[in-house]
Design a protein around this ligand. Sequence first.
Ligand code: DAH
Length: 340
Amino acid sequence: MTDPSALTAEAIAAIGKARTATELERVEVEYLGRKSGRVSKLLEGIGALNPEERAALGKAVNEAKRTIEEALSARRSQLEASRLADLAETEAIDVTFPGPPLERGHIHVLTQVRRQIETILESLGYQVELGPEVETEWFNFEALNITAGHPAREMWDSFYFSPELLLRAHTSPVQIHAMLRIKEPPIYIITPGRCYRRDAPEATRLPYFSQVEGLAVDRGLTFGDLKGTLLYMIQSLYGRERRVRVRPSFFPFTEPSFEFDVSCGICGGMGCKSCRHKGWLEVGGCGMVHPQVLRNGGIDPTQWNGYAWGFGIERMAMLKHDVDDMRLFYESDLRFLEQF
Ligand code: DAH
């Protein structure tokens, strides 16, 4: 029969020789394995012993187990420490080195401006109304009093899917959708959204852009109501020092019609490179809704009248942030976008 302390010494030597965690595990199984471990085997002949010898052997075996377990655990910590030390050396990882900061995205400048416009007009009681980007020829032109063959159609050179179906060239068709849907005036809506035209990208125009249309239908509205509303919107967006002006123009869906200008924020209206020395920047058109347009929207023009406007959101954003090239908004260049 093996002597427990001799076996313990043997185990401790084996533990000292183990070079890896796996080798150490093998030693553990060999000595402390539940059934066939060598320490358990020390107890094999115990039944034949007298009570005193039995107690002595039991005690010695327990002692051996404890000593071996302690040695195993000490060696395990040692091996782990040297494994980490080796790793630090070979992989040269500085675990205290701070990670790269996570970059936070933010709302695109055009969306910011669109939301600001929405908030300002909502405070006046307007509701946001959306319409389809793929339109029928009737909504995009005909219902807006831009009849087939009318030379004014050239103002909206459009992308057609078929003779009847096209990408909307402006947000004005949403005026018709809204009147047909709401039916009973008063109607006060704004309609932000994307528009498409066959234009080559330039600093001040794009084939893909966005507008925000406004439409009011009520009794006895005047051009003063329209101008006051737009002045309020412009000054809320850009500051009280901004001035506005209208110039007579032509749109088939309004009578009278106007172009709407805002004083240049860079020169304060004195004239500079940015406003091409005019002191004013054009943001879009407006006017009193043509009676035929009301009729096309199912509204009786003898009872109701209206005003409307359609402004380019990119132009409004350019005016707000003194950007002089519209294409920058769509180029996804973070150096540009991160400024807003
Ligand atoms: N739809 C016109 C355009 O895209 C802009 C416009 C002008 C809209 C006058 C209006 C308006 O509602 O009254 O050029």
